[in-house]
Design a protein. Sequence first.
Length: 237
Amino acid sequence: MPSRADVERFADANRDIRTLVLAELQRLWRGLDTLDANATRDVLLEAVPLLVAAYGEVAATVAADFYDEVRDAARVAGRFTVSPVAALDVEALVGQIRWSVSPLYSGSPDPGAALGRLEQKVDEFTLQHGRDTIAANVARDPAGPRWARVPVGKTCAFCTVLASRGASYRSEESARGARKYHGDCDCTPTPIFPNEALPEGYDPDALFQQYQDARDAAKSGSVKPILSKLREQQGTH
């Protein structure tokens, strides 16, 4: 099984990538005249996709290495070449950049709010390369693994729900919702091979019980009220 130490190392590597890419973004931001909203937007539309693509390649490579390590430790029969996935959705990122800078266009421009939004989106899009690498290789691997969304650190309500499903993700269809992450998210997609135990400390049944308790308290099967009740019960966001 993937050890807790393996999962933590992968999570730490992603945190390091997050730190580096956000430091680059902040350096870029300090050089902008945010009083000129159009000029700021145009520079970001050109520079941010390049920044995300560069660090996204690093995230994809780190994830591929993690997958290789987990597969080797599982002593899976047969050969399989892990391929990093570094396909940036530029159109989606451009849309999020435009949304991020919208506080610069208000009657009282708020550069801090704009930078905060941008940091969240740069984090999310950069690390998505590694997350997609795990999901895509699980779907290709003839050994038939699945992947789990293993929480690391404090887990938000949204991630609690997805992590409660355990190692149930393999196809694009089954993993559709689970591949959504948010900025500053430490959930770690982890391959689990047939007959393997889950990493130490990861208890999907306990997480599902938290979800079920929130569903009962919300008296609803709809996602929004359940998440709201989970946040209330756990004191998370």
